[in-house]
Design a protein around this ligand. Structure first.
Ligand code: KIV
Ligand code: ZN
Length: 514
């Protein structure tokens, strides 16, 4: 399956990543991310949890059919229905995998599963046997493995290997482990599990104490050869180990980590941007590798050293992760060809129709803004291409506002192909816009968070608005960008409402919730 020094990259952005509050994605969005992950070079994509819902099943099936070189895994609880459903979803993949799991810690077995350890063992064995009757690519995970009794863990692992598991995964489900301790557990499992040398040992870490990357790297040095990661570290609670941190740690410090991956590092940054745009989860500016400040050298003393030799303060080259050096390139007179060339340089492949849509939007923006930067182009791609058929679309917006008038907004929306318009007031222009949109759409969501920032520098920059909405316990994020910040706010709100509509039909069910 792999040479001894190659680390298998198992990406779970579409499954554990989707469990981040508000990060749900529709089928088209998942397919786009999966295609990008294949180009990035990940070895396994966990495409979803097919037994959770029809939507998840459909998305996993579509991804399984579309990918050519990457293994596609379906997550299944250790029961017959989940495994049958999981196999149904991935069986058309070029390289299908069933990933089944059950909790093995005393805490989870007693309170969550209400099962005796021997029952858990039996259920694990039977589930792996069923999975192995479908495919010889079966992964077994011991949920809450890091807090399980090590001897019981090894007993379960040994039994499921005998039942046909080919990858054994040790999760730190609640992000509780400390690197030294986790490394010792990985070593213990290798020494005390029968036939462990015949399978791939994997780890899956959560970041509750900010130690997911350290734990994963320690596990690699202790013998793990598969790592489970997400783009930008998104995932349940504080998230999962981030793909970019692991890959770039291995790449930058080969003397400590003499391992390779199949990742094309130049696609890391575009993939990070794509995931952020689709999920609406912003990348914190100081985030390692992919944050906006990761390669920005602000302090004067640093700049001086940087000019003399970039290696004084830069341990990685921005080009290595695909951060294009020259971002200030396009303007009013740039043609379709130049736009397409730049979009490709940024790591996106658009179809002819998609390019036409983005070009139209580009021309309109260039009439308002002199220099179009990468961030602007990304926002155009997001607005024009990444959004699927939506229930609510903005047709026009007109706002009256100022320090001597009562703010009012008139808005026309297209709702399922039908134009509807109305006007109302508010305590400010955005309040007025949101009031009328809520009235026209008949929605009752609560605005939990509203953030606005400039996409680029300069007073002609586009404003980017992110909203977090909640309705009936469902949380959705929405994003919008426009040189007019009121329009950007309206677009973000409408995007959030569309996401809420989608989520009402396709709720995200957490695999761990029995
Ligand atoms: O964190 C976890 O334990 C998981 C399992 C389902 C692998 O996500
Ligand atoms: Zn997890």
């Amino acid at each position: 399956m792999t040479d001894d020094n190659q680390i298998i990259i198992f990406d779970t952005t579409l499954r554990d990543g989707e469990q981040s509050p508000g990060a749900s994605m529709n089928q088209m969005e998942k397919l786009r991310i999966a295609t990008q992950l294949e180009k990035l070079g990940v070895n396994v994509i966990e495409a979803g949890f097919p037994a959770a819902s029809e939507g998840d099943f459909g998305a996993v099936k579509a991804i399984a059919k579309a990918l050519k070189t990457t293994q596609v895994a379906a997550l299944c609880r250790a029961n017959t229905n989940d495994i049958n459903r999981g196999w149904e979803a991935v069986k058309d993949a070029a390289y299908p995998r069933i990933h089944t799991f059950i909790a093995t810690s005393e805490l989870h077995m007693k309170y969550k599963l209400q099962m005796e350890p021997d029952q858990v063992l039996q259920q694990a064995i039977e589930s792996v046997k069923l999975a192995a009757s479908y495919t010889d690519n079966v992964e077994f995970s011991a949920e809450d493995g890091s807090r399980s009794d090590p001897d019981f863990l090894c007993r379960v692992f040994g039994a499921v290997i005998e039942a046909g598991a080919t990858t054994i995964n040790l999760p730190d489900t609640v992000g509780y482990a400390i690197p030294e301790e986790f490394g010792e557990l990985v070593e213990y499992v290798q020494k005390n599990t029968p036939n462990i040398d015949k399978v791939i040992l994997s780890v899956h870490c959560h970041n509750d104490l900010g130690l997911a990357t350290s734990n994963t790297l320690t596990a690699i040095n202790a013998g793990a050869r598969q790592v489970e990661v997400t783009i930008n570290g998104i995932g349940e609670r504080a998230g999962n180990t981030s793909l970019e941190e692991i890959v770039m740690s291995l790449h930058t410090r080969p003397n400590f980590f003499p391992f390779t991956t199949s990742i094309d590092t130049k696609r890391i940054y575009p993939t990070s941007r794509l995931v952020s745009m689709i999920t609406g989860i912003l990348v914190q500016p100081n985030r390692p590798i992919v944050g906006a400040n990761a390669f920005a050298h602000e302090a004067g003393i640093h700049q001086d050293g940087m000019l003399k030799n970039p290696m004084t303060y830069e341990i990685m080259k921005p080009e290595t992760i695909g951060l294009s050096k020259n971002s200030l390139v396009l303007g009013k007179h740039s043609g379709r060809h130049a736009l397409n060339a730049h979009i490709q340089e940024m790591g996106y492949d658009l179809s002819k129709d998609e390019l036409n849509t983005v070009f139209e939007k580009f021309k309109r923006l260039a009439d308002k803004k002199k220099n179009i930067q990468d961030e602007d182009i990304e926002a155009l791609i997001n607005e024009g291409v990444l959004r699927s058929a939506e229930v609510f679309c903005l047709e026009y917006i007109h706002v009256l506002s100022g320090n001597t008038v009562f703010p009012t907004a008139s808005v026309q929306l297209n709702i399922n192909g039908r134009p509807v318009q109305g006007a109302t007031d508010g305590n400010g222009p955005i309040d007025a816009v949101y009031n009328i949109i809520s009235k026209l759409t008949g929605t009752k969501s609560e605005l939990l968070r509203f953030t606005i920032s400039a996409l680029t520098e300069g007073t002609d920059a586009q404003g980017e608005v992110t909203v977090r909405l909640q309705e009936d316990g469902i949380v959705a994020l929405g994003k919008g960008a426009d040189p007019d910040i009121i329009t950007a706010s309206a677009l973000a709100y409408i995007n959030g409402l569309n996401r809420l509509e989608y989520l009402k039909e396709h709720p995200v069910v957490k695999a761990e919730n029995f």
